[in-house]
Design a protein around this ligand. Structure first.
Ligand code: NAD
Length: 458
């Protein structure tokens, strides 16, 4: 198996060696083929996704996996010529640098490995691909084994739209994934859980392969006393129902003052009823498989058995798992530290902003912190007194739809950022270029150096 992977990598590397700096036109053509592969096969993609999830509505798949990715392609098609321009840098004013020209130019890194997860199996494989191809690289994708039909379709469509030297796919289970991340790539981007990320980092160390790690964790929602509870409930409910809450940036737990809890729960009930009535039974997504359903059941039942208050919303949608809300489970409950990644909301009744910040800072840095409220001063405090990959006021999840924002975590939620220009830079070798001026000042750089250093340092 690893010989087969090595052969695929060799083909990509040889193609890269023959064309180390693809022109703008070549890159635009490759991006155009990503777009065609998405739009010309939308029905097949949506069917494969629904098959893998047990049920996934066409509209959710189309919006989250197809349209969102096409939007990223369009953003790159429009902006790539600007991203590829060398960025001038100002040489300092010393005599030695007089007449020098300095700039930074982005060169491809080579062959980039993309390891993608199951929750948005198309977007999270192809959105990195957009950045990787924009930066002029070759790509090798290892999609998730948890969504086999989608991964198989990806493999066959990539082979149809790209040559083996441009983009390749390796499907398979964990054994394939483990062999894949041991390959001597020029860069790997991994999207998935923290435990596997640690293994990948160890494997990548053998070849000093640089990594972008897109992980998850527990993203909190701070509900300020100034928050509009109707808006907060509506948006949090969306975050828990969309893709059945199986989103790395889904709200995980909510911090709210005890005296606002009941009003919030009433608003949440209304928001859930509206989603249910407008979705009917069709526009929903199921929990991906029995293992994950069991994992959620265990988290909820353990917290309930330890005395946490639980509310189970009933509804008509096809997601086998209706939204459950757990309120103030005991400190020992696993749900306090495990990422939920499904339609369960944890609520902690902590109202004071300082205490909310202290609570958030007790765990590793989240992928995103959501603040609901009207106070700019409070929002600024959250920004300055916490750390996270992203920070959002009065909304959830939609920050991802902005291709001009970097996406990624910090600390336990990941390293490196991509999408838009940030993705282009992440997968480029941003080379420093220094062209010396024509004035010969070599007299200043021959011993004794003491005079030169005095000049430079003053
Ligand atoms: P997963 O099980 O699909 O695994 C992700 C990928 O890792 C797969 O391709 C799999 O083959 C590979 N893999 C598994 N074991 C491996 C190993 N030992 N070595 C190398 N590769 C291995 O997905 P998952 O881990 O269940 O994904 C869920 C996690 O991903 C959550 O924590 C979620 O928050 C996170 N996530 C993050 C983002 C983001 O952009 N930051 C997006 C989606 C999901």
């Amino acid at each position: 198996m690893s010989i087969h992977l090595e052969r695929q990598l060799d083909t990509l590397r040889s193609a890269y060696q023959l064309e180390r700096f693809p022109s703008l036109a070549i890159r635009l053509d490759r991006l155009g083929r990503v777009k065609a592969m998405l739009s010309e096969n939308e029905t097949a993609w949506c069917e494969a996704l629904s098959h893998d999830f047990g049920y996934r509505s066409v509209d959710q798949s189309s919006f989250a996996d197809i349209t969102t990715t096409i939007k990223s392609v369009n953003h790159a098609l429009k902006n790539l010529k600007f991203w590829m321009k060398a960025e001038r840098r100002t040489p300092d004013l010393s005599l030695r640098m007089s007449g020098a020209k300095t700039y930074v130019e982005a060169f491809p890194k080579g062959v980039v490995g993309i390891v993608s997860p199951w929750n948005f199996p198309i977007n999270l494989a192809l959105s990195p691909l957009v950045s990787v191809l924009a930066a002029g690289n070759r790509a090798f994708i290892k999609p998730s084994e948890a969504t086999p039909a989608t991964s198989a379709l990806l493999e066959s469509l990539i082979a149809k739209y790209f040559s083996e030297g441009e983009v390749s796919v390796a499907c398979g289970d964990v054994d394939v994934a483990q062999a894949f991340v041991k390959l001597p790539f020029d860069h790997i981007i991994y999207t998935g859980g923290e435990t596997v990320a640690r293994h990948i980092m160890r494997d990548a160390a053998d070849h000093l392969v640089p990594l972008t790690l897109e992980l998850g964790g527990k993203s909190p929602v701070i509900v300020s006393n100034s928050a509009d509870l109707t808006l907060t409930a509506k948006r949090v409910a969306f975050g828990k129902y969309f893709n059945a809450g199986q989103i790395c940036i889904a709200p995980d737990y909510l911090l709210i003052a005890p005296d606002r809890l009941e009003s919030f729960l009433a608003e949440l009930k209304t928001a859930v009823e509206i989603i249910d009535s407008s979705q009917g039974s069709a526009d929903s997504v199921a929990v991906v498989n029995d293992r994950h359903r069991q994992r959620l059941d265990n988290l909820v039942s353990e917290a309930e058995s330890q005395g946490g208050r639980i509310i189970r919303f009933s509804g008509t949608n096809k997601s086998a798992y209706q939204l459950s809300v757990l309120i103030d489970p005991s400190d020992d409950a696993g749900i306090n530290c495990a990422e939920i990644f499904g339609p369960v909301l944890l609520i902690k009744t902590i109202g004071d902003l300082s205490e909310q910040i202290t609570y958030i800072n007790k765990s590793s840095h989240p992928l995103v912190i959501y603040y609901f409220g009207r106070s700019e001063a409070e929002f600024r405090r959250v920004a300055c007194e916490t750390s996270s990959g992203g920070l959002v006021k009065n909304d959830v999840i939609f920050q991802y739809a902005n291709d001009d924002l970097p996406f990624g975590g910090v600390g336990g939620s990941g390293m490196g950022k991509y999408r838009g220009e940030y993705g282009f830079k992440e997968f480029s070798n941003n080379r420093a270029v220094y062209k010396s001026g024509f004035i010969d000042v070599s007299g200043f750089v021959t011993p004794p150096y003491s005079g030169m250093f005095r000049m430079v340092n003053k």
